[in-house]
Design a protein around this ligand. Structure first.
Ligand SMILES: [Zn+2]
Length: 720
C-alpha cells in the first residue's frame, strides 16, 4: 500500500497539494522535500501522510527528500495557526519559517589545528602560537593576531607539520552560553520580580507575565536572570528575545554577550543570508540556545523553546503590515501556548491590550517600582507654545533653548526628539500654492537636505529638488514648511555653533553597525546634542543625558486613530524617560499647543495609571480593543469604478452575525498609492466572536477581479 503526502509550499496558495510517496522514501511529517509544481521542482514541507485509497487518479510522485533539518511539529502547528488567524494562505507564514533554510550555506571556516607534532625550534613566539591554538579554533590570521606574532610564524609551523589547516563546518562556531557567570546585582524590586519569574518557570508549561517598570528600572537585568534560569533548568532549553527594531537588537545582543560570555543567534533583515542559515540550522538542531531577533524570529524552528521575551511589547513595530500581516507580540503568546513555554512581555508603557490581560489576571503582573540605582524620574515641564513661541522659522522655544544652554554649560547631554525624518515635511510653491506630491500617490514629498531630494516616505519615490516650480514655472518659489530632524539640527547648530551635534534617524543611520556606533558615541559623551526620531527614543541608556526636549509633543495626536493618544503617551514617556538615568537628575521639556490635553497632563504628572484608566473607560464605552476586536479589509485597484463596484458586491456579501458590525466601504485616508485607488471596510466584533472565522467566511463569498488586490488585517494598527 502506498501513501499520499500533503505538501505545503511556501507560496500564497490556498492549501497543501497531494503527492505520491515513492517506495522506500519513508517520509515523516515536517520533512523538507522537492516536489514538482508545473515544470519546476519546489521546496515544500510534508504536513500530513495518509494511506492511499484504491481507485484514485495517479498523483505525481515527490522527487526527493532534501538533506535539511525537518520543521518541528510545533513550528508547523504554529505556522498553520498563524495562517488561520490572519485569514491568509498557510504558505505565507511557511515562507517566513523557511527563510533561513532557503538561504545559501555559509562557507566552511579554515582554521589552524595542532597535529600533535612538536616544533623543532620552540621559540617564545612559536610557544605563544601553540598556546593560542589550544583554545577555540581560529583562522591562521586570527591565530597570529591572538598570539601577537607575524603571519610568517604561523605559516612556518604549518610548513613544519606542527599545525594543520582544516575546514570546519560553520556550525561548530556557535557560542554556548556560559551559565556559571554571575548576573548583575539586583535591587530589592528587581530581585522580587526575578524570583517570581523563576517560580513561574519552575512551574513549567504555558504562562504569560507582564514585566512592568518605568524606564530605567532595569527590566533587562531582570529578564536576563529569567533567561539564565530557563537555560540552567534544562540543557535542551532555548530562549527567544524579541525586539521591535534592529537598533535595539544590537544593544540587547551586547548585554546578552556580556551576561553569558558568547554571542547569541542574531535574526533580523539586516543579517546576511548565510549567517541567517547558520542561525536557522543551529536553532533546528538545538545548538543555538539564545536568539535575539526581530518579529520574524518567532517562526524559527525551535526544538526546546522554554521562554519568549517580548521587550518593548507595546511597540507598534511588532506589527508586520505588508505581505503576511501579523502582530509578533500576539503571536508570541500563541507560540508560547503551542510550545508550553513561558512568555514575558516587558514594557514601561504596556499596551492597553496587555494591561487589560494583567488586570483581569490572565497574565501575571510584575511591577518594578524604583529606578535602578540612584536614578530618579526626570522632572517634566510643559512648554505652552502659545505663551512662549519660538522666533519665526524656528522650532525651539526660548525655555527649551535656555535649558539646552544650561545643560551644555554643565557638560551634559541633550536629546531633541522629533518623530519626523528629513528637513521639512512639506514643500510648497509660494507663487501658485502648489504642494509637491509624489506622482500617482496622494502624500506630500518630504524634503531631505542631506541628499538634496524630495522623497515620498510611503513609496520610496524621490526626485532632485527642482529649481523651478513644476506647476507654474516660477523660480526660487519653493518654500519648506514645518520641521524635520534635519531642520532642527540646523537650528541647533546656529544656536550652539561650538556644540557637537548629531542626527539619529533611519536616513542617517543605515544599518545596525552605524546605529551601534552612534549609540556608543552618545554613551561615551562624544555628542552634546542628539536630534533623533523614535529610533533613538527607546531602550538606550545614556549616562550623561540630562535634558530631553520634545519639539512637537502634539504630533502623534493628530492622526486621530484608535491608538493615537496611547501611542503618543507611550512614545513621549519613553523619550522623556531617557533623561537622568544615572546619578544626575533629568529634565524633560514638552513643547505643545495643547497643555490641557489628557495625554500632556498625565505625562507631566507622570501618572500613567490615570491616563490608562481614562483611556480604558473610553474604549470600553465604544467596545473597542481591548474590550472588542477589530479587523480591516483593504482593497486596491487601478480602476476606481471597478474597485467601487467590487466593494459594493463585497458589502452585500458580508455575513450577518451577532456581535459583529461592518463599516464601509469608505475611501482609505491614503486613497491613492502608486496609481492604485484604495478603499476599506472596518469590522468591529465583540470579544467572544471568532473574528478570523467570520472574515474567512466573508472572504470565501467574493471573487475579486484580477486587477483588485484584497488584504485582510486582523487587529489592525494602521488605519491609513
Ligand atoms: Zn508654482
Amino acid at each position: 500500500m502506498s501513501r499520499i503526502a500533503s505538501v505545503l509550499l511556501p507560496m500564497p496558495l490556498p492549501e497543501a497539494f497531494d503527492y505520491a510517496e515513492p517506495d522506500g522514501m519513508a517520509l515523516a511529517v515536517g520533512d523538507q522535500v522537492a516536489a514538482p509544481l508545473g515544470p519546476r521542482l519546489m521546496r515544500g514541507v510534508v504536513v500530513a501522510l495518509r494511506e492511499a485509497a484504491g481507485g484514485n487518479r495517479p498523483l505525481k510522485p515527490i522527487d526527493r527528500r532534501l538533506d535539511e533539518p525537518p520543521l518541528p511539529a510545533n513550528t508547523l502547528e504554529f505556522v498553520q495557526w498563524a495562517a488561520r488567524y490572519a485569514v491568509d494562505a498557510p504558505g505565507q507564514p511557511l515562507a517566513i519559517a523557511l527563510r533561513g533554510a532557503r538561504a545559501p550555506r555559509p562557507k566552511p571556516a579554515r582554521v589552524a589545528r595542532r597535529t600533535g607534532a612538536e616544533p623543532g625550534r620552540p621559540t617564545p613566539a612559536r610557544r605563544r602560537v601553540l598556546e593560542a591554538a589550544a583554545g577555540r579554533p581560529l583562522s591562521p590570521a586570527d591565530l597570529a593576531r591572538a598570539a601577537g606574532v607575524s603571519s610568517g610564524v604561523v605559516k612556518g609551523l604549518v610548513d613544519e607539520g606542527v599545525l594543520e589547516i582544516v575546514e570546519l563546518a560553520a556550525e561548530a562556531r556557535f557560542d554556548q552560553p556560559d551559565l556559571t557567570r554571575p548576573g548583575s546585582e539586583l535591587n530589592p524590586s528587581q530581585a522580587a520580580a526575578a524570583g517570581l519569574l523563576n517560580e513561574m518557570l519552575d512551574e513549567g508549561g504555558f504562562n504569560v507575565a507582564l514585566l512592568d517598570g518605568v524606564t530605567g528600572s532595569g527590566k533587562t537585568e531582570v529578564y536576563l536572570e529569567a533567561v539564565a534560569h530557563a537555560l540552567a533548568a534544562d540543557p535542551a532549553a532555548q530562549v527567544l528575545i524579541l525586539l521591535p527594531e534592529i537598533a535595539l537588537t544590537q544593544a540587547v545582543i551586547g548585554r546578552v554577550a556580556a551576561r553569558f560570555g558568547g554571542q547569541p543567534g542574531e535574526w533580523h533583515s539586516g543579517v546576511a543570508p548565510p549567517a541567517r542559515r547558520r542561525v536557522w540550522e543551529a536553532v533546528a538542531a538545538g545548538r543555538c540556545r539564545i536568539v535575539v531577533g526581530a518579529r520574524s524570529a518567532l517562526f524559527l524552528p525551535f526544538t526546546g523553546l522554554r521562554l519568549i521575551v517580548v521587550d518593548e511589547e507595546h511597540d507598534g513595530s511588532f506589527k508586520q503590515e505588508e505581505g503576511f500581516i501579523y502582530h509578533a507580540r500576539d503571536l508570541a503568546v500563541v507560540r508560547g501556548k503551542i510550545e508550553s513555554a513561558a512568555v514575558l512581555l516587558a514594557s514601561a508603557t504596556p499596551s492597553l491590550e496587555t494591561l487589560r490581560n494583567a488586570e483581569t489576571g490572565r497574565y501575571r503582573w510584575l511591577r518594578l517600582s524604583a529606578r535602578h540605582g540612584t536614578a530618579q524620574l526626570p522632572e517634566i515641564e510643559l512648554v505652552d507654545l502659545r505663551q512662549s513661541p519660538p522666533p519665526p522659522q524656528s522650532w525651539l522655544s526660548p525655555p527649551l533653548v535656555e535649558a539646552m544652554r544650561e545643560t551644555l554649560a554643565r557638560g551634559e547631554q541633550t536629546l531633541l526628539f522629533l518623530n519626523r525624518r528629513g528637513y521639512a515635511p512639506l514643500v510648497l510653491c509660494k507663487a501658485c500654492g502648489e504642494r509637491m506630491t509624489a506622482p500617482d500617490t496622494d502624500s506630500w514629498l518630504v524634503e531631505h537636505r542631506y541628499s538634496g531630494r524630495l522623497v515620498c516616505h510611503l513609496t520610496g519615490f524621490s526626485m532632485p529638488k527642482p529649481e523651478r516650480c513644476p506647476h507654474c514655472g516660477a523660480q526660487e518659489s519653493l518654500v519648506s514648511i514645518g520641521p524635520g530632524v534635519e531642520r532642527v539640527e540646523e537650528e541647533a547648530r546656529q544656536l550652539f555653533p561650538e556644540a557637537r551635534i548629531a542626527v539619529f534617524s533611519s536616513d542617517t543611520v543605515f544599518d545596525a553597525r552605524e546605529a551601534r556606533r552612534l549609540v556608543e558615541a552618545m554613551a561615551e559623551g562624544e555628542i552634546d546634542i542628539l536630534v533623533a526620531t523614535q529610533a533613538a527614543a527607546k531602550g538606550h541608556n545614556f549616562p550623561r543625558l540630562t535634558l530631553v526636549g520634545v519639539v512637537d509633543a502634539d504630533l502623534g495626536l493628530r492622526g486621530g486613530d484608535l491608538r493615537a493618544a496611547e501611542r503618543t503617551f507611550q512614545l513621549l514617556a519613553q523619550a522623556t524617560g531617557r533623561a537622568g538615568r544615572h546619578d544626575r537628575p533629568g529634565r524633560a521639556l514638552l513643547q505643545t499647543y495643547a497643555p490641557e490635553h489628557a495625554v500632556m497632563q498625565a505625562l507631566q504628572a507622570q501618572d500613567r495609571d490615570a491616563f490608562v484608566a481614562a483611556e480604558m473607560e473610553e474604549r470600553e464605552f465604544a467596545k473597542l480593543p481591548p474590550f472588542g476586536r477589530l479587523a480591516a479589509v483593504i482593497a486596491s485597484g487601478p480602476d476606481g469604478a471597478q474597485l467601487e463596484a467590487f466593494m459594493r458586491e463585497m458589502a452585500r456579501a458580508a455575513p450577518n452575525a451577532a456581535g459583529v458590525e461592518v463599516y464601509g466601504p469608505a475611501d482609505a485616508p491614503l486613497s491613492l498609492v502608486r496609481g492604485r485607488r484604495r478603499k476599506r471596510f472596518l469590522v468591529r466584533a465583540d470579544r467572544g466572536v471568532d473574528l478570523s472565522a467570520y472574515m474567512a467566511t466573508w472572504r470565501a463569498r467574493v471573487k475579486p477581479p484580477n486587477a483588485v488586490r484584497l488584504a485582510i488585517d486582523i487587529d489592525p494598527y494602521s488605519f491609513l
